[in-house]
Design a protein around this ligand. Structure first.
Ligand code: MG
Length: 201
């Protein structure tokens, strides 16, 4: 099982981190060991002073496939949820400046959490999602604002990586990313439903 992440897929978030709007999806991977179940706390790593949340819609791949056409992509994922792509932002900025890969800042143990997976509505457009930090709403996204659609992402990713049942795709975060602190509680909602709740320690 692998975890594929899309970076820079919401214009306002691209601009808040002063990046350029991409002409094709920005892709990186997290290993299976990065994933923590939401019933366990996320440990604040000792190698960063700026651990940040990125709330994202996460697709679960339900069928193996390679070179999947965009028009068939919907047959390759069956459930979705909201998840957090945790990022050691200070480390990531340092690596970016040096032109180095981001893995140390993005793929460490505990760097992603997913909520409960639910059925996907027929219409995936105009679906809102939110992240709350200690009961305050900090991110508010809408699937309408994605630069690359879910089906385009599946099509693009599957040109490079064979998708296998159980793989997860994090589809990018909207604006409003920010730091967490120990004892913070994060709650994620997708389409009005609370699917994710976790604590940082
Ligand atoms: Mg992200």
């Amino acid at each position: 099982m692998k975890i594929i992440c899309i970076g820079r897929n919401y214009v306002a978030h691209v601009l808040e981190l002063k990046n350029e709007i991409p002409s094709s999806p920005v892709i990186f991977l997290k290993p299976k060991t990065a994933l923590v179940h939401q019933s366990y706390p996320v440990h604040y790593p000792e190698f960063t002073d700026d651990l940040q949340y990125e709330a994202e819609v996460v697709l679960r791949i339900s069928k193996n496939g390679k070179n999947i056409a965009e028009r068939h992509a919907r047959n390759y994922y069956d459930k979705w949820t909201i998840g957090i792509d945790f990022t050691a932002r200070d480390l990531q900025q340092k690596l970016k400046k040096q032109g180095l890969p981001w893995e140390l800042a993005k793929a460490f143990d505990g760097s992603c959490v997913v909520g409960d997976f639910v059925d996907i509505p027929k219409d995936m457009k105009n679906v809102p999602f939110e992240l709350y930090q200690n009961e305050e709403k900090v991110q508010s996204g809408n699937t309408d604002n994605m630069i690359f659609s879910f089906d385009k992402i599946v099509n693009y990713v599957s040109k490079y990586f064979t998708l296998q049942m159980g793989d997860l795709i994090f589809t990018g975060t909207p604006e409003g990313v920010g730091p967490v602190l120990p004892y913070d509680e994060l709650v994620g909602k997708l389409n009005g439903e609370e699917l994710l709740k976790l604590t940082i320690i």
